[in-house]
Ligand binder design. Structure first.
Ligand code: MG
Length: 281
């Protein structure tokens, strides 16, 4: 299944796409408010594959939103592709390097990536496969880990490199408002039985700057989930961005930064294209 979160007029729904991919079937009406999250609530209610709760409508008639807007947490893995670690002058890690992206950074397909040049002049793209958890996971084994996954989406782990390298700690640089585009849909695990076989790429203004495959991850999705779940309970709706391959902007000569008007497209095979325009104030 493909699961989307959509705005239809003033209503917001969690919906699945029908077999054609062109029709939206709303399965949960989202109530907005502090701490509310339609996907988490729909997962808890078990209604994802249930009956329509509102009129079906053409995909073209709704606006796609971030598939999850208020997860309990967004975790991310750094340096998870060996060539990417080395392009940054770092030896590939022996165990997963994890950090947090805060919820204020989440935006959806076609939303703007927005920053002020007073706050960063080195904003970079990172295409990533993102895991969306479907069940509570605590100390799960690598063998069982994928059973706890709801599906997969695309994340652009936008990063302010000056803040990242200046701070020596990554949370601020990775959590600027709008620095976590997610979408366009969540593809459930029945359609992606093996997440380590997916091509992924990033284009800026149509030029391909990253082009790799999740087979090149150092730590696969199952290993990451198991590793994280030994420290912290993973909850349904939690997002785990699994790291970016080589080709990021800071490692290029000369460097490539995201500038006003740039269009960034992050693509993972079998999921889709997450497209965002950059606005610099
Ligand atoms: Mg990253």
């Amino acid at each position: 299944m493909r699961i989307v979160r959509v705005a239809a007029g003033t209503d917001i729904y969690i919906a699945r796409l029908d077999a054609s991919g062109d029709t939206v079937v709303p399965v949960y009406a989202e109530t907005q408010g502090p701490g509310r999250d339609g996907l988490r609530e729909a997962l808890a209610a078990g209604v994802i594959d249930g009956p329509a709760v509102a009129d079906e409508r053409p995909l073209a008639d709704v606006r796609l939103l971030a598939p999850v807007i208020n997860p309990q947490k967004v975790l991310a893995i750094g340096l998870n592709y060996a060539k990417h670690a080395r392009e940054g002058g770092i030896e590939p890690p022996k165990s997963p390097v994890s950090f947090v992206k805060t919820n204020n950074s989440i935006v959806g397909p076609d939303d703007e990536i927005r920053y002020s040049k007073d706050d960063s002049t080195q904003v970079d793209y990172e295409v990533e496969l993102a895991v969306v958890m479907g069940r509570t996971a605590r100390r799960v084994s690598t063998a069982d880990a994928l059973d706890y996954v709801f599906g997969y989406t695309v994340c652009n782990d936008v990063s302010a490199r000056d803040a990242q390298f200046g701070d020596g700690q990554w949370v601020r640089s990775k959590s600027f408002d709008t620095f976590c585009p997610l979408g366009p849909s969540i593809v459930t695990t029945d359609e992606i039985p093996d997440p380590q076989t997916l091509g992924l790429r990033c284009r800026v203004n149509g030029t391909t700057l990253q082009d790799s495959n999740t087979a090149d991850m150092i730590f696969g999705c199952a290993e990451i989930i198991s590793f994280l779940s030994r420290a912290m309970t993973l909850e349904p709706g939690d997002v785990i961005a699994t790291g970016t391959p080589e080709g990021v902007g800071f490692a290029r000569k000369p460097p490539v930064w995201l500038l006003d008007g740039d269009v960034v497209e992050c693509e993972v095979d079998g999921i889709g294209v997450l497209r965002n325009q950059v606005v610099v104030d």
